[in-house]
Design a protein around this ligand. Structure first.
Ligand code: ADP
Ligand code: MG
Length: 693
């Protein structure tokens, strides 16, 4: 039977009375199965023994010693015993026995003892009040499990209870892992693992057992992902095979992909001919993979990953053309109105000449126009609708929605994303679910791609368009501000443009930070007189935002002052300088995205990170990463390391990291092995089923 199937109540274990049962209940332990799966959070390795002189070498040390004296201090009921012990080197220490006067009888002078304690030096005397002591002889050099505890229950008690449960129930436990997988990996049986976790002979044994458990958990998780994918799409998600994407390797891999995919045809080919540049190998490969999905039996669920500026938008347009040619409708969803508008404009420029009808829909579109637009959508007269999440609000109906594209998908919360997918599927009136293409400019660290987004296929664009030069990033202290301004003047003189980004919209009494409004005035009037400066942030009137963006894109406005509203998507290739004020206030992915607003043309681009005094350690770490790399994959991995997975994926509250003992970040290597083995196992089972049928 599986461990979870041992439903015997804990109260049946010898030594567990009603009081202990309710304490265990507080730890979530109701059955013997729960008890045996209550894994130690660590082990106390008492096989390693050190002399007292080395009391400072670890928080807790284990020593062999002899009791040489009993001393008492305090009076009456406060009288407290001190056991004085001495090791073979002659070093002494005092064990202060609060509330344990009985230790006087248990450990008479001359007893050889094994002590495990946190020692401190008080006035030159070594002391410990938190310690374990036992008579030497029976079993002193052992590895003891350390459990998470609740009030009223001690380590010693829970160890004893679990040890009893082990002897009575451990033998009958079966492995959840398929036997063939277990044997081929040389893993212990589950019964053995349980025993080694709770009662190992050595630390190495304990760790081996834990690794086996982690593997089992990850394997079962990946099996679930694989099964879900088979159910939904009739096949497994693709394995991502290339771990460390370097541009050189990337282009090679991309070139291989080039050979595999058929040439484009129809509308796709016509768009390709109209472009003033060649598609990158990565873009061609991605279009190829998407085309294969779109002509397949089941619905596409694909994540298109590529660093800022890699040209994902264009890839998604190619996907649209394929659908539109087949008579379907497409929806392109962006997280901000600014970005949605830009996409609509680009789509109009590139696709309308091919006869594609495009509409733009956000929550702000006024009612008269809105009603007409909705009618056209429902009638199927719109081929591609671009907008914000309003695309999926009530009252928006499609005639034949076949493709949903979510740009900057990481900007949508997990729930929001799920709701969009559901709504998208429902919109089709219960027929086949539409194809989904999600795009992410923040490269998703590989581990997360395998776990959180485990049931999506992934296309990665590794190569940037040709001729792009890596952006040069400079860190600048407040004193160097003038030099940064000088530099920007030089770039403006060369006909280029610049962004200045600040964390706040207006000055605030609470925070001593520069704001976009204030700096806009200062830059316009004092720093760059005679130069056209624009400002954009979420409180600027929408029509005005539009006008400002248009003037910046058109090149009349030379400097755009903004908040992080320009973080996603904004694409003005002539801008070569990104100056970020109070860079320490921005997260890594925001900094990387902001930096990605420049370096989109062939000219060299610069990013200046102005920082203030008194940086936190995390802020320093972020700035250092930005200074050292422009590779979005590296930035993403570092971001993950600094912030943790939930924050990075926006899954913090969703409880996705609901692993029992595995940690997809720490155990990334094992996760990949588990995925490969799980998929191989599922493939083999499928095959057996088919052959048998
Ligand atoms: P992403 O969304 O991946 O960050 P965009 O789709 O905004 O990138 O594209 C960035 C810029 O690169 C745009 O100006 C786009 O027109 C341009 N671009 C896209 N593909 C290519 C290409 N193959 N060669 C040159 N420029 C390209
Ligand atoms: Mg984009």
């Amino acid at each position: 039977m599986f461990i979870a199937e041992i439903q015997v109540p804990v109260s049946r274990v010898r030594g567990v009375g009603p009081a202990n049962a309710s304490r265990l209940d507080a730890l979530g332990i109701k059955t013997v199965g729960d008890l045996l799966a209550y894994w130690p959070r660590d082990w106390d390795d008492r096989t390693v023994r050190v002399p007292l002189a080395q009391w400072n070498s670890a928080a807790k040390i284990n020593v062999d010693a002899t009791v040489v004296a009993h001393e008492w201090f305090g009076f009456g009921r406060m009288r407290t015993l001190k056991l004085v012990v001495q090791d073979s080197d002659g070093s002494q220490a005092e064990l202060v026995c609060f509330n344990r006067p009985f230790l006087e009888k248990s450990f008479p002078i001359g007893t050889e003892v094994a002590v495990s304690a946190n020692f401190q030096s008080r006035y030159g005397t070594l002391q410990a009040s938190s310690f374990d002591i036992e008579g030497k002889g029976v079993e002193t050099a052992r590895v003891l499990p350390v459990y998470g505890l609740t009030a009223g229950i001690t380590q010693a008690q829970i160890r004893k209870i679990i040890a009893r449960a082990l002897t009575e129930y451990c033998r009958g436990i079966d492995s959840e892992l398929p036997e063939s997988v277990r044997v081929s990996r040389g893993l212990p049986t589950k019964a053995e693992i349980v025993r080694l976790m709770h009662a190992p002979q050595s630390l190495a044994e304990a760790k081996r057992a834990r690794e086996a458990l982690i593997f089992e958990e990850l394997f079962l998780f990946e099996c679930a992902i694989g099964r879900r994918s088979i159910e939904r799409r009739g096949r497994l998600p693709s394995l991502i095979s290339d771990a460390a994407p370097s541009p050189a390797d990337g282009s090679l891999a991309d070139a291989g992909a080039l050979l595999r995919f058929p040439p484009m045809e129809g509308l796709q080919e016509r768009l390709r001919e109209r472009l003033p540049f060649a598609l990158t190998p990565g873009q061609i490969a991605a279009v190829g993979e998407i085309n294969a999905d779109l002509s397949g039996e089941s619905s596409m669920a694909r994540l298109l990953q590529g660093d800022v500026g890699s040209g994902k938008t264009l890839v998604s347009f190619f996907a649209c053309l394929r659908i539109i040619e087949g008579g379907g409708q497409c929806a392109l969803l962006a997280p901000t109105e600014l970005l949605a508008r830009q996409h609509a404009e680009t789509a109009a420029r590139l696709l309308e000449p091919l006869g594609v009808s495009i509409a733009f829909l956000t929550g702000n579109i006024k009612s008269a126009g809105r009603a007409r637009l909705l009618a056209e959508l429902a009638a199927g007269n719109v081929d591609l609708v671009v907008g914000t999440h309003a695309l999926f609000s009530n009252g928006v109906n499609y005639r034949s929605l076949k493709l949903v594209i979510i740009d900057e998908q990481h900007r949508f919360g997990v729930r929001q994303r799920a709701a969009i997918l559901e709504k998208g599927a429902a919109n089709d009136g219960g027929r086949k679910a539409p194809h989904f293409l999600m795009m992410s400019a923040t490269p998703i660290p590989r581990t997360l791609a395998l776990s959180v987004f485990g049931d999506l296929d992934v296309s990665v664009i590794r190569s940037l368009p040709e001729g792009r030069k890596p952006i040069i990033t400079k860190l600048a202290a407040p004193e160097s501000e003038e030099r940064v301004f000088d530099f920007v003047r030089g770039e403006l003189a060369r006909g280029h443009q610049a962004y200045f980004v600040y964390p706040l919209i207006e000055a605030s009494d609470a925070l001593d930070l520069k704001s976009a409004e204030e700096e806009f005035e200062r830059l316009r009037v004092r720093v760059f007189p005679g130069v056209e400066v624009g400002i954009i942030h979420s409180r600027v009137d929408e029509e005005e935002q539009l006008g400002t963006m248009a003037r910046f894109r058109g090149g009349q406005t030379k400097i755009l002052v903004a908040t992080s509203v320009v973080e996603v998507g904004v694409d003005v290739p002539n801008a070569t300088c990104m100056v970020i004020g109070h860079a320490e206030r921005f997260g890594l992915s925001a900094l990387h995205q902001l930096r990605g607003r420049v370096g989109r043309g062939e000219s060299q681009a610069w990013c200046f990170l102005l920082y203030s005094k008194n940086l936190t350690e995390d802020a320093k770490a972020r700035l250092k990463v930005m200074h050292e790399t422009t590779d979005g994959f590296v930035v993403a991995e570092e971001d993950l390391r600094i912030r943790g997975p939930g924050e990075v994926t926006g899954t913090q509250q969703s409880g996705y990291v609901a692993f029992d003992i595995a940690d997809p970040i720490r155990d990334r290597a094992l996760l990949e092995e588990a995925r490969a083995e799980a998929f191989a196992f599922l493939t083999a089972t499928e095959k057996t089923l088919k052959d048998g049928a």
